[in-house]
Design a binder for this molecule. Structure first.
Ligand code: HEC
Length: 172
C-alpha cells in the first residue's frame, strides 16, 4: 500500500512539473523594495527584440516569458495579457575583439522587469509592476517604493501602447 502511495505521489510531482507554467522566483536574489522578485530562469526566455542606446553606450535584449512572447509575436499587446513579464537586460556596448565594427555585449549592467497584472498593479495606474536589479551582484534598485514613479514617468510617451516601447522584432 505504502509503495502505491509513493508511486502515485511521484507521478503527481512529475505531472505537476510538466504541466505547471506557473512563474517561479529566484529567492537567492534580494527582492525589490516593492516586494517584487526576480523571475527564476529569465536568462532562458525568448527574445522579443533588441535595442542599442547610443547615448548610454549599451546594448539590450528585450526578453519575455511565454505569455509575453506569445503576445508580442501575435500583436496581442494592447493591453498585454495578465501574467506577461517583459525583461530588459543591458550590457556595456563594446567593439568585438576580432571585428571592431561589430558592437557586442560587454559587462553586464542591469536586468529590469515589467510584470503585468491588471488587478494587482491597478493602483499605480499602469497595471504593471516595475523592478530593476543592478550589476552582477543583482542589487535591487531604489531606496523606497517611489522608484516606480521614475519608471512610469519615463515610459509615459508610450502610455497608449500599454506603457511598452518595444514591439516584437520581425523574424522574416
Ligand atoms: C530614462 C527613461 C527610462 C526610465 C527611467 C526607465 N525606462 Fe524602461 N525603457 C525606456 C526605453 C526608451 C525603453 C525602450 C528600449 C530600450 O531602451 O532599450 C525601455 C524599455 C523597458 C523595458 C522593455 C519593455 C519596453 O517598454 O520596451 C522594460 C521591462 C523596462 N524598460 C523596465 C523599466 C523599469 C522597471 C524601470 C524603472 C526601474 C524603467 N524601465 C525606467 C526608458 C526608460
Amino acid at each position: 500500500m505504502k509503495k502505491i502511495i509513493i508511486a502515485a505521489m511521484a507521478l503527481f510531482v512529475i505531472a505537476g512539473c510538466n504541466t505547471s507554467k506557473e512563474q517561479k522566483w529566484d529567492t537567492t536574489v534580494v527582492p525589490a523594495v516593492n516586494g517584487l522578485q526576480i523571475p527564476a530562469g529569465f536568462e532562458n526566455w525568448a527574445v522579443i527584440a533588441v535595442s542599442h542606446r547610443i547615448d548610454r553606450s549599451s546594448v539590450r535584449a528585450i526578453l519575455g516569458n511565454d505569455i509575453a512572447v506569445e503576445a508580442a509575436r501575435s500583436g496581442n499587446t494592447n493591453p498585454y495579457p495578465d501574467g506577461a513579464i517583459i525583461a530588459k537586460v543591458a550590457w556595456e556596448a563594446k567593439e568585438d575583439e576580432a571585428w571592431p565594427d561589430a558592437i557586442v555585449p560587454g559587462k553586464f549592467l542591469i536586468a529590469e522587469f515589467m510584470y503585468k497584472d491588471s488587478k494587482k498593479f491597478a493602483a499605480n495606474g499602469t497595471g504593471w509592476g516595475w523592478a530593476r536589479w543592478i550589476g552582477p551582484e543583482r542589487k535591487p534598485y531604489g531606496e523606497n517604493k517611489e522608484f516606480e514613479q521614475e519608471c512610469i514617468d519615463c515610459h509615459s510617451p508610450v502610455e497608449e501602447k500599454d506603457w511598452v516601447f518595444t514591439y516584437g522584432a520581425p523574424f522574416k
